[in-house]
Design a protein around this ligand. Structure first.
Ligand code: GLN
Length: 230
């Protein structure tokens, strides 16, 4: 009802460790997604509360009613559209293979035969890896968060990982992970803000309106510039 809706504080699921989209610094959550959702909420006059969690827990938490919204570098997919509604896209991404800097035998999917592939639970990277595992013939190992997955390849326990290229490019530029991206992008996709399917149409309209406004007034570009540079 009207009054409840006005006082409602929307719970927003965010991935805990996904720079430059979301990360913790000195006890504060930062990143492109965090600033976007705060700016949208401010522009559209609704209240939010962040709920940081592993990415794999976000859609289940939406389904059980613990979360109203998710902004988590979440790719818009047909599979997810069965359970959530997405805002208009706000960022272009896609998957890439990542190996140790010194590795020269992996360039493409077929080169993964006999290898160990690290992925993060519940992600498009995990789905992609699983869909091709039998055909190509490799083993998939799953992690709860991106840093753990990166570590697995850095330390040689896995041969390759699959991650969104804007995220791994940022991580490689920030830290000495000893990793590099290889080959062509495995796909192209776009990030969207998710709300629970069929239940939050007013909220979704506000999110789209806010996003549009931030693109028009330069705030969107300013946020991207803060984290990605020129
Ligand atoms: N974009 C990927 C997905 O939607 C990864 C998201 C993430 O790890 N936070 O599955």
């Amino acid at each position: 009802g009207g009054k409840d809706a006005e006082n409602k504080v929307y719970k927003v699921g965010v991935d805990t460790t996904y720079p430059p989209f979301e990360f913790e610094e000195k006890g504060e959550y930062k990143g492109i997604d965090i600033e976007l959702i705060n700016a949208i909420a401010e522009d559209q006059g609704f209240e939010i509360e962040l709920s940081p969690m592993d990415f794999g827990g976000i859609i289940p938490a939406m389904q059980s009613g613990e979360l109203d919204v998710a902004i988590a570098g979440m790719s818009i997919t047909d599979e997810r559209k069965k359970v959530v509604d997405f805002s208009n896209p706000y960022f272009d991404a896609g998957l890439t293979l990542v190996v140790q800097e010194g590795n020269s035998d992996i360039q493409k999917l077929d080169d993964l035969k006999g290898k160990t592939v690290a992925v993060k639970k519940g992600t498009t990277g995990a789905t992609f890896a699983q869909e091709n595992a039998d055909k190509v013939g490799y083993k998939v190992v799953q992690f709860n968060d991106s840093p753990a997955m990166f570590q697995e390849v850095s330390n040689g326990n896995a041969d390759v990982l699959i991650e969104d290229y804007p995220v791994i490019a940022y991580a490689i530029a920030q830290k000495d992970l000893g990793l590099k991206m290889v080959g062509e992008r495995l796909n192209g996709d776009q990030y969207g803000i998710a709300v629970l399917k069929g239940e939050n149409q007013d909220l979704l309209e506000k999110i789209n309106a806010g996003l549009e406004k931030l693109k028009e007034n330069g705030k969107y570009d300013e946020i991207l510039k803060t984290y990605l540079g020129e």
